[in-house]
Design a protein around this ligand. Sequence first.
Ligand SMILES: [Zn+2]
Length: 109
Amino acid sequence: MLQKCTVCGYIHEGDEAPEICPKCGFPKDKFVTLSEEDAKKIFDSDRTNDIHMEIIELAMRIEKLAKEGVQINLDPPCVALFKQAHDEAWVIKQRGKAEIAGHVAKGKW
Ligand SMILES: [Zn+2]
């Protein structure tokens, strides 16, 4: 079962809500038990949200590497490829964030 803090939205897994919310500190009476349907959305999207976050992390790594490559400035085609990789990584990162934001808006998080 999932319990949701009605103050901040924190999700707790278990039959009972925690004594205090780990995020906002309000007491357990602020928690409600999610319906099976709402809980299923959260369980179903758990792994895909993690994958999106991992892809975002990888895109951030590409951005960092590409910046380093641009700074080395070996030759124009090389610099152009790094700039392109940097821009593509930005798109991957922002696309992933937008997808996660869409999931959250639909209760899938
Ligand atoms: Zn809370």
